[in-house]
Write a protein that binds this ligand. Structure first.
Ligand SMILES: *Cc1c(COP(=O)(O)O)cnc(C)c1O
Length: 397
């Protein structure tokens, strides 16, 4: 199947066959090129490759055949022209932002960010003379007021962690583009299957591949996707010389993860929807936030820009922190962990874990209450997960 033919096929097929580059052995499963470097047949061949006159690999910090398969398969899925694979999601986020700004530039970001993303924006960027404005991502007026002629980057996650707010990508992109800024979206919670930011006007998409793309809790990874022009101009040299590259071994694990991504995300999203409905009807629960439900605060945006409610459910217990802890401690199948996107269902109490470093005021301002739990729904049988939650809530109550 040619790459051109593959582009017309559906995602599940692309993710099994796309971007496979077989070696001379014709292996069925993708080859793992665990190599640092490459040899050349002659001095002239080495010269030609360094000059860019001949295609081929030079050094695995720049590019590697297994990483290349992973990047190109991600491009097919996302509908992007080019990609780079990173050693972690944070390496991808840091590069997406830092490779395109300089001292005197301005960044606008939504307040509701993954902790390390917020550190890059709030703490690291100002150290290099980059001015930063944080806004409430759901309020378009705040985005409009925040952008300035020197705004270079507009950055947000949607859905957000942990409150699963959904921001209007097309509307925010229009505001960003009015001042010539690029829109960077951290699309981890939606996955590339349920939301395609580039289609809605974003310029750069980043993932922690650690989450659903691996999907089985094994290795860290990240990926950035954009136009070939943006990558050549902004990221190409930054990537080569700062060295955030992914291990080929991890690229191979992630590549195999992509084969099963649609099946996993579909199953996990279906279970998440059932769990959200169950929790919404439970007397111990004061609030359920799930992008797949009609009562989600941004349900209209969800309908426009997502094709599913995601694999995460956020809910709040009437009994506050004590009830949240008792619920976590009463679970048998669902495990307590701050990770997400795994085959194993994982639950976390954001106030005391992932969002512990925020001030109480900032946390409450972001809607993260002491009774709130974030559940990442895994691949277990949905009935067993409902039974587990029911038992834990009963014990907690
Ligand atoms: C996990 C996560 C990251 C960071 O990814 P790592 O692979 O852990 O470096 C960034 N953004 C979001 C939304 C995440 O969930």
């Amino acid at each position: 199947m040619t790459e051109k033919g593959l582009r017309n096929l559906r995602p599940a097929t692309q993710l099994v066959h796309g971007a496979t580059e077989r070696s001379q052995h014709g292996e069925t499963s993708e080859a793992l090129f665990l190599t640092q470097g490459f040899v050349y047949d002659s001095a002239e061949a080495a010269e030609a490759r360094f000059k860019g006159e001949e295609p081929g690999f030079i050094y695995s910090r720049y590019a590697n055949p297994t990483n290349h398969m992973f990047e190109q398969r991600m491009c097919l899925l996302e509908g992007a022209e080019d990609a780079r694979a990173f050693g972690s999601g944070m390496a991808a986020v840091a590069a997406a932002i830092l490779c395109q700004v300089r001292s005197g530039d301005h960044i606008v970001a939504a307040k509701a960010l993954f902790g390390s993303c917020r550190w890059i924006i709030e703490t690291l960027a100002p150290k290099y003379g980059i001015d930063v404005t944080l806004v409430d991502g759901a309020d378009l007026d705040q985005w409009r007021r925040a952008v300035k002629p020197n705004t270079k980057v507009v950055f947000f996650e949607t859905p957000t962690n942990p409150t699963l707010e959904v921001y209007d990508i097309a509307a925010i992109a229009e505001i960003a583009h009015s001042v010539g800024a690029n829109v960077v979206i951290d699309n981890v919670f939606a996955t590339p299957l349920l939301q395609k930011p580039l289609l809605h006007g974003a310029d750069i998409v980043v993932y922690s591949a650690t989450k659903h793309i691996d999907g089985q809790g094994r290795c860290l990874g990240g990926v950035l996707l954009s136009s070939k022009e943006w990558i050549d101009k902004n990221l190409h040299d930054y990537f080569r010389h700062t060295g955030p590259s992914l291990s080929p071994f991890n690229a191979w694990v992630l590549l195999k993860g992509l084969e099963t991504l649609p099946v996993r995300v579909r199953q996990q999203t279906e279970s998440a929807g059932r769990i959200a409905d169950f929790l919404a009807g439970h007397s111990a629960v004061s609030r359920v936030i799930y992008p797949g439900r009609a009562d989600h605060p941004q349900a209209a945006i969800v309908a426009r820009q997502m094709t599913g409610g995601s694999t995460l459910v956020c809910f709040e217990l009437k009994g506050g922190k004590d009830a949240a802890f008792a619920t976590e401690n009463g679970l048998g199948i669902i495990r307590i962990s701050n990770n997400l996107g795994d085959a194993k269902s994982l639950i976390t109490h954001p106030t005391t874990t992932t969002h512990k470093s925020m001030t109480e005021e900032a946390r409450l301002g972001a809607g993260i209450t002491p009774g709130m739990l974030r559940l990442s729904v895994g691949l277990e049988d949905g009935e067993d997960l409902l039974d587990d939650l029911d038992r834990a809530l009963r014990k907690a109550g």
